[in-house]
Design a protein around this ligand. Structure first.
Ligand SMILES: [Zn+2]
Length: 237
């Protein structure tokens, strides 16, 4: 049994090393994914600035056209005023001119606001585009280094998987089954050390009687609290 315990411990070491690699691979992927999402969000914001700039330009052109039309109308009515016969006609032309001038004043005000908005949007667009450029080049660099790391991790993982095959063969089938079951249920940790009476899987005390039995290493014991397989692990182990 002593040997089986030590074989299981070795298997657990290899499995943990493989798990660590898997975590490194997924967390690297997740980090890149987060960066990609941030970039997409910024691209969306920039697209919105550009759309607003576009509709602002359209509105400005419309207003400028209306102003020109109004100016032509004012000129026309001013010419007509010189030829009017009655005061009523004169007043009516005067009102038309005043109305057109007022409308143009409002259009001018709107134009000024639009230009201010334009300027702000241009500025925001420039700022966001600069940040986006930085983010994109950072992502490119990190993707490249991530790919390099992933290749290394994959080959390391392959080596460990091979090593695992060898270790698995040494463990008795029923013990292996038990080990795999516990590993699946307990976050990949099935075989844990007990030191000074404490289980290093759940950090609870094991009963003194059990602790004494563990020292003998003649039987595979389980932690009564976390149900993991236990081995005796002195301070320097
Ligand atoms: Zn435990």
């Amino acid at each position: 049994m002593k040997e089986q315990i030590s074989d299981l411990r070795e298997l657990q070491e290899v499995d943990l090393a493989i798990d660590r690699i898997d975590v490194a691979i997924t967390s690297g992927d997740a980090e890149l994914q987060m960066q990609r999402e941030a970039i997409e969000k910024r691209q969306g914001a920039i697209a919105e600035f550009l759309a607003r700039l576009g509709s602002g330009t359209e509105r400005r052109q419309q207003l400028e056209g209306e102003i020109q039309e109004s100016q032509a109308l004012i000129k026309d009515r001013q010419n007509k005023m010189m030829k009017v016969q009655t005061n009523r006609e004169y007043q009516s032309l005067l009102k038309e001119i005043e109305d057109a001038k007022n409308a143009n004043r409002q259009r001018e005000e709107e134009l000024i606001k639009l230009m201010e908005q334009d300027e702000l949007l241009h500025k925001k667009n420039e700022e966001e585009s600069a940040i986006l450029g930085g983010e994109e080049s950072r992502l490119a660099v990190e993707t490249a280094s991530r790919e390099e790391a992933a290749v290394k991790l994959a080959s390391k993982r392959q080596k460990l998987a091979k090593e695992r095959e060898g270790k698995v063969k040494k463990v008795r089938a029923d013990l292996l089954r038990k080990y795999e079951q516990i590993r699946a249920k307990r976050d990949g940790l099935a075989m844990v050390g007990v030191n000074r009476g404490v289980c290093y899987g759940c950090y609870m005390n094991v009963p003194p009687q059990l602790y004494n039995e563990l020292l003998r290493e003649d039987k595979l014991h389980m932690c009564p609290t976390c149900n993991r397989l236990l081995f005796y692990s002195p301070d320097n182990d």
